[in-house]
Design a protein around this ligand. Sequence first.
Ligand SMILES: [Zn+2]
Length: 133
Amino acid sequence: MPFADKKSESHLNKAIEVSKKIGAKGLQSQAYLDLGILYKAKNRPEQAKAYFNRAIRLFEQSEAKVYLKQAKNTALENAVLTIDFISVRVHCKSCDRKKEVEDPVLQCPFCEKGEIELLAGREIEIISIELAY
Ligand SMILES: [Zn+2]
């Protein structure tokens, strides 16, 4: 692992340690999520998946869940949290082709030129909110 990655990994582990101590599950969850992203970028999908799952489990127990509990007898009583991961799609300006990619790419998978733009995969989007009474 290059030095910069090692460094961010150790910062994230420190963040996890501290947030565990102070019981900040939201922060801990965010750190696990970042570790997952780091491992995915390093092409280690199994470790990435393990961190993503930890992040999701913690997030479900965290402040968000507390707010959901406090929301009893309100419109949010039966709220369900669903997280979908969106695939990364790139477009090549040289050959005009599009492709879904697993890992970050710096050049076109077809013509190997460097003029690619990101079409999808950076967004955080609330797809739906349903209110039931
Ligand atoms: Zn191309």
